[in-house]
Design a protein around this ligand. Structure first.
Ligand code: ASP
Length: 320
């Protein structure tokens, strides 16, 4: 865990957030807000054609359509915004912020979110890059299925989203994973916190499936008084035990960050989750401590303090 440096900008992110964090930290150093920083950081990952877990090049659902989920939360006011199952727009995090700032709602989904994006003049974006589609087809082949088979869609989605056991040699040989999301949490010079999560969700999911990422309390939670937490991993687990809010609540009750993260993951270890389903959390306290937690071996997270030139990788604390 990182040490505490009060009232200096600090950020924490999932492993895939390096480029976003670099740009966002520059903004924070210039006095930018935590909210602007996490939005900017997410947008950079959303725009990256090589990240197949977030944004326009994310992995499609079982029908081959890309459906994005995102949420953003401001720790000073507890205001939040989110979109889910949105098609045709790549910058889900900006839409989530606009839901927070320009509608009376917290979460707007699918057709409504697309309508809102058009109304707000957001630019539609072609989704499904060639590489994302290649990966999408490859998993059908791996599981000896064909897109458009006569089988009920729910059976196909179940077969294709089944997690790959991390010990599976085939996985190590480069099989396509179904998961991936980006998390960012920032504290700005004023000590304000904000958190953002963006994802294409579980690849090959049933159309309309929504994970934890756009659900405030499950995949994202932020409160200046205590800290913030954001999740990656199998959303179905975090939704059932409200993982992000739980960690922050444990901080509120006086636990250390290490104890709060451990407890938040222990809550979901009792669930009847299929083998191979995992959960990760990144967290930042109001005092500026950072940490990452996971239920599986070998996972890391990124953090950067204002005085650091580059984000640094650190091991997540494993909870079993
Ligand atoms: N948590 C995301 C979801 O369930 C996926 C991920 O983090 O990989 O949609």
């Amino acid at each position: 865990m990182g040490d505490v440096t009060s009232s200096m900008p600090v950020m924490v992110a999932s492993e895939n957030g390096r480029r976003g964090m670099l740009a966002a930290m520059a903004l924070l150093r210039e006095g930018g807000s935590a909210l602007d920083a996490v939005e900017l950081a997410c947008r950079i990952v959303e725009d990256d054609p090589d990240d197949h877990s977030v944004g326009y090049s994310g992995l499609p659902n079982v029908l081959g359509e890309v459906e994005l989920d995102a949420s953003i939360m401001e720790g000073t006011t507890l205001r939040a915004g989110a979109v889910a199952a949105i098609q045709g727009y790549g910058r889900a995090i900006t839409l989530a912020r606009r839901v927070m700032e320009e509608t009376p709602h917290v979460l707007v989904v699918a057709r409504g979110a697309e309508r809102l994006a058009a109304e707000l003049g957001e630019t539609p974006q072609e989704q499904r890059t060639e590489e994302a589609l290649r990966r999408w087809r490859a998993r059908f082949t791996e599981r000896e299925l064909t897109p458009g088979d006569a089988e009920p869609l729910r059976s196909v989605a179940r077969a294709l989203t089944r997690p790959i056991n991390l010990q599976d040699k085939l996985h190590k040989a480069g099989r396509v994973d179904t998961l991936g999301t980006v998390n960012f949490i920032a504290r700005d010079r004023r000590g304000a916190l904000a958190s953002a999560v963006s994802t294409s969700g579980l690849g090959w999911k049933y159309p309309g499936r929504v994970g934890d990422s756009p659900l405030i309390g499950a995949g994202n939670y932020c409160d200046d008084r205590y800290g913030a937490a954001a999740c990656t991993g199998m959303g179905e687990l975090a939704i059932r035990v409200a993982t992000a809010r739980s960690l922050v609540l444990y901080l509120k009750f006086g636990m250390s960050l290490a104890a709060a993260g451990r407890e938040a993951l222990r809550d979901l270890l009792t669930l009847d989750a299929p083998d191979g389903q995992y959960m990760n959390i990144v967290a930042l306290t109001s005092a500026g401590e950072v940490a990452g937690f996971t239920t599986v071996p070998g996972k890391q997270y990124l953090y950067q303090r204002a005085e650091m030139d580059e984000p640094a990788l650190a091991d997540r604390l494993m909870v079993v």
